[in-house]
Design a protein around this ligand. Structure first.
Ligand code: NI
Length: 183
């Protein structure tokens, strides 16, 4: 188990489409997943996608029971999601601030579907099928975007809503939000 280097925006690998995991072999996946959890937790992240550590496979992890930095954030179950499929459950869009461990120090307002269904498999090959909303839905959409080579700045509709976290905080424009996958 080890903490891996997180690729940053500018690395072309972050713009690639990752390949499905077939078959889902728990034993073969274990070292990757251990490294992903170690790396995510060391960075106090809410989620991490395999391509962020240079592994171009359709694997994401996310979730936490409590996060002392975000006491009001609803818990999200710690989840390994492989070969995910996202289906919006309504057209309703929510705009909120997001960050990304691959875009350190920045925040932007990103539109996301408010309610989604997500399906896929866990590390044992067991199916996952959930309907979620709000922050949970945002994290899943953010992480799964990484599997298609999409970083959140590509989804910002008004680039005036993109900036440095320290400045945005000093200006009182944002408080630290639970939708960050960055400390
Ligand atoms: Ni990210």
């Amino acid at each position: 188990m080890s903490i891996r280097t997180i690729l940053k925006m500018g690395d072309p690998r972050l713009l690639e489409v990752s390949r499905p995991v077939e078959p889902i072999d728990s034993l073969a996946l274990a070292p990757l997943l251990n490294d992903m959890w170690d790396t995510m937790k060391a960075a106090n992240g809410a989620g991490l996608a395999a391509p962020q550590i240079g592994v171009m496979r359709r694997v994401v992890i996310f979730g936490y029971q409590t996060n002392p930095r975000y006491p009001d954030a609803p818990p999200v179950p710690e989840t390994v999601l492989i070969n995910p499929l996202i289906t919006p459950l309504s057209k309703a869009i929510e705009n909120d601030w997001e960050g990304c461990l691959s875009v350190p120090g920045m925040r932007g307002i990103v539109p996301r579907f408010e309610r989604i269904r997500y399906q896929g498999f866990d590390q044992y090959g067991q199916p996952i099928d959930r309907e979620v909303s709000g922050f949970h839905a945002r994290v899943v959409q953010h992480e799964c975007d990484h599997l298609d080579g999409i970083l959140y700045p590509l989804r910002i509709e008004d680039m005036r809503n993109f900036g440095y976290l320290d400045t945005l905080s000093e200006q009182g424009i944002i408080k630290l939000q639970p939708c960050d996958d960055e400390p």
